[in-house]
Design a binder for this molecule. Structure first.
Ligand code: ADP
Ligand code: ADP
Length: 223
């Protein structure tokens, strides 16, 4: 896993919308950090800059000392966003195996099965996304994101499409999944309870432009 360092990071969109302003932030390797803040405050923009999907207007992002594009190529970076975007014509196993091939990682059949079981989808490896519930699709997307053992895992409202009961179930299960495979993780969410349950550290952002208003370590062992 790699440390993420944002220095003087800012993003101003065409038309003058300041989404992020002069942000200094260091995220420790192997930690899970949640970014919480009001809708539209700039959380996704920040995450996209860390992922290298959005060019900063000011400042820099480095991951393990290198620009995000290097992470994509070497250490590996996985994203899971609100829409799980699984390929519909492939099974859960097929989606995971494709991710491994695209990342040029060997397909270890036993490891893939173990990962499917880890996210609670034992017995659903052959199932296509359309035949899964919303919560199960989210789990499949998280398994796919973890399969390549990325140095960095970025999650943007990964439970956005899931009902409250399933969110609670996932929030209970995920710390165990995180523990099993320690990776630097950044989780964007509007839910404070989800952030506290899932993360080592919770960063609260102000309304736009995103600036840090609180930075809280969650020292308790997670459930
Ligand atoms: P959050 O994830 O916290 O809801 P976003 O990062 O998506 O917030 O957006 C922050 C602000 O930047 C919003 O006001 C949004 O409308 C604006 N914004 C986001 N993406 C773009 C874009 N591509 N062009 C112009 N404005 C954008
Ligand atoms: P939703 O997001 O649609 O609420 P859930 O993840 O809560 O979906 O699952 C809904 C139903 O799918 C459950 O009641 C259960 O029957 C089935 N299901 C979900 N996860 C599993 C699992 N790991 N093993 C077997 N069945 C499951």
């Amino acid at each position: 896993p790699a440390q993420i360092v944002c220095t003087g990071l800012g993003k101003t969109f065409g038309g003058g919308t300041e989404a992020v302003q002069a942000l200094d932030l260091t995220l420790a390797a192997g930690q899970t950090t949640a970014l919480v803040g009001p809708s539209g405050c700039g959380k996704s923009t920040l995450l996209r800059m860390i992922a290298g999907l959005e060019e900063p207007s000011f400042g820099t992002v480095t991951i393990g000392g290198a620009p995000p594009s290097e992470t994509l190529r070497h250490a590996g970076l996985s994203v899971a966003f609100q829409d799980p975007s699984l390929l519909p014509w492939r099974s859960v196993r097929g989606n995971i195996e494709l991710a491994l091939r695209l990342a040029r990682r060997p397909v270890d059949v036993a490891a893939v099965e173990a990962l499917i079981a880890l996210v609670g989808l034992d017995g659903f490896g052959d199932t296509k996304p359309a035949e899964l519930s919303g919560g199960m699709r989210q789990r499949a997307a998280i398994a796919r994101a973890l399969a390549t053992k990325p140095g960095l895992l970025l999650l943007d409202e990964p439970f956005g499409a899931v009902d409250e009961l399933t969110r609670q179930q996932l929030a209970q299960d995920l710390p165990r999944i995180w523990e099993a495979q320690r990776t630097t993780t950044v989780l964007v969410t509007h839910s404070v309870s989800e952030a506290v349950l899932l993360s080592d550290r919770v960063i609260v952002l102000s309304p736009r432009p995103a600036q840090i208003v609180a930075d809280i370590d969650i020292p308790l062992p997670r459930p």
